[in-house]
Design a protein around this ligand. Structure first.
Ligand SMILES: [Zn+2]
Length: 154
């Protein structure tokens, strides 16, 4: 991970410098100001086995979020829906904290597989709403209530 960090730090761009105005309507400005975006020359291979994940990820692996930084595959920089999806993960990460995010993510992957893991399912559902509806919704608030429902009583 250290190599990944040092090799990508120079390529990190503040979210606000990207021209993605529609996304500004779905997330609080204070959140977007904390987000950085990295476009690596090619996507890194993720050490998911280290988290105990043995299953299969989708072939078209185009984004990955670590804290308030997300990587997006070269060629996808103009895809608002992909940015939206990764922004949902930055909100999840912020609400849960690093440790709980990684634990919940890994547990979801091994129990339900990539697409149906809780944190992915939430990101895909909200991404689908973003891509199919025009009225802005407070995506960060929806993540919060989704997580509260999911973890209620646990
Ligand atoms: Zn995702």
């Amino acid at each position: 991970m250290e190599n990944l960090k040092s090799s990508t730090a120079a390529l990190a761009t503040p979210f606000g410098e990207l021209s993605l105005p529609r996304l500004n309507r779905y997330f609080p400005a204070s959140h977007l100001q904390s987000v950085s975006v990295v476009v690596p020359p090619e996507m890194p291979v993720l050490p998911l086995a280290e988290f105990g994940f043995q299953g299969k990820l989708p072939d078209a692996f185009v984004g990955f979020t670590i804290g308030t930084t997300y990587l997006i595959g070269p060629g996808y920089l103009g895809r608002e829906g992909i940015h939206f999806h990764e922004l949902i993960h930055t909100v999840q990460w912020k609400i849960l904290g690093a440790e709980a995010f990684v634990v919940a993510y890994a547990a979801g992957l091994s129990r339900h597989g990539y697409r149906n893991a809780l944190l992915e399912d939430m990101a895909y559902e909200l991404q689908s709403d973003f891509e199919n509806y025009y009225s802005p919704v407070d995506a960060a608030a929806r993540v919060k209530s989704y997580l509260e429902r999911a973890y209620a009583g646990s």
